[in-house]
Design a protein around this ligand. Structure first.
Ligand code: KG4
Ligand code: ZN
Length: 340
């Protein structure tokens, strides 16, 4: 039985998983309402909220799973990347527990958590991992494609500026939609139609042959277009809806532009699956397009259950299960805001 703890950003989460990846319990205390008045995550508030919620949540997780402290064999905690104050609460808590219970502690890279999350199931053991798969991590802080081979993760590209989720959030904030912006843009976009003539977005390219993502151009373009067309949460609903649908489509388009370049260039033995992960993987139109892409290419597409898209501790415990040798002396684990 492994206890997972995640406090890297604005969700306090605790999970208990069996060795076969079955999720016994995955609790998430979201702080979204506390940060909403500020239009984004306030690090100091995040740390305090984690401090308040972490231990009550662990107690409740054990109760919900009808388990005792003595049933916990191992603890996994997000050690980075993330907000340093927020990470410290989880790491210090996990260190104390691991030390007190005399069980090993596994520091987990938050991104590795996202990468393996599409293989978690709501009920029953996890889906077996293929020998090689491509992973798209698309969240508020990251946009990258990874090549995962025998559990070893290699980064193929990254964003040069903003992350895709951050772009959703910043543009949503500009037009007066609440935080987090991604689900809001999706919701309003559902009522609208994609109109690339009226709202024109260019595909970012680099002079050198780079596969990197870049979202700052789309962000700047979206803000300019929103100004020009008077797009606002309080304005004309039809204009808002069309803008949201088109802006969202431009963000998604770039993912497929890069994927279509990366995919055919991979060496043998080729990956057999493509998995998407991170908060933005909850996006409906993106999931549909990804499924169609897989069908057209004859590739298995793994879409994480929505509960495992945004930050959660089940994925952290699950990532720890992928590296059985990852346990270290609890006192030697440290939180790191940046991880290479
Ligand atoms: O993975 P996550 O919970 O936190 C990070 O590690 O960053 O991702 C949060 C991000 C936010 O930017 C949020 O706007 C975005 O995921 N997001 C979405 C959707 N749901 C969450 N973006 C687009 N469509 C959604 N349905
Ligand atoms: Zn995350």
């Amino acid at each position: 039985m492994i206890l997972g703890i995640e406090t890297s950003c604005d969700e306090t989460s605790v999970a208990l998983l069996d060795g076969d990846g079955s999720v016994r319990v995955n609790l998430i205390a979201s702080q979204i309402a506390r940060h909403q008045p500020f239009g984004g995550v306030v690090p100091e508030i995040a740390s305090r909220e984690h401090l308040q919620h972490l231990f009550p949540l662990i107690t409740r997780a054990l109760e919900d799973a009808r388990l005792a402290w003595s049933d916990v064999d191992r603890i996994a905690v997000t050690a980075g990347p993330g907000l340093i104050g927020a990470l410290l609460v989880g790491v210090a808590g996990a260190q104390g527990l691991a030390y007190g219970l005399g069980v090993p502690l596994v520091p987990v890279n938050h991104l590795q958590g996202h990468i393996f999350s599409p293989y978690l199931n709501h009920e029953g053991p996890s889906t077996p991992l293929p020998e090689r798969f491509l992973s798209l991590v698309i969240s508020g802080g990251h946009s990258s494609i990874y090549d995962v081979r025998d559990g070893v993760v290699t980064m193929l590209n990254r964003t040069r500026d903003d992350a895709i989720g951050e772009t959703f959030d910043k543009v949503a904030k500009f037009i007066g939609l609440p935080y987090p912006g991604g689900p809001e843009i999706e919701k309003h976009g559902r009522e609208g139609k994609i109109d690339r003539k009226r709202f024109h977005f260019a595909m970012p390219q680099f002079n050198e042959r780079s596969l990197d993502f870049s979202y700052s151009g789309i962000k700047a373009g979206a803000i300019r277009l929103a100004r020009e067309h008077g797009v606002s949460a309080a304005g004309d609903p039809a204009t808002l809806a069309d803008f949201c649908a088109t802006f969202q489509d431009a963000l998604i388009d770039q993912l497929f532009d890069r994927l279509d370049t990366v995919w055919p260039a991979l060496d043998a033995p080729r990956p057999t699956e493509v998995a998407i992960a991170g908060g933005v993987a909850a996006n409906g139109p993106l999931r549909e397009r990804m499924a169609e892409w897989g069908k057209a290419k004859g590739v298995i597409v793994r879409l994480p259950e929505k509960r495992y898209c945004t930050d959660n501790a089940a994925m952290i415990a699950f990532a720890a299960l992928q590296s059985p040798a990852g346990a270290v002396d609890p006192l030697r684990v440290s939180a790191r805001s940046r991880v290479q």
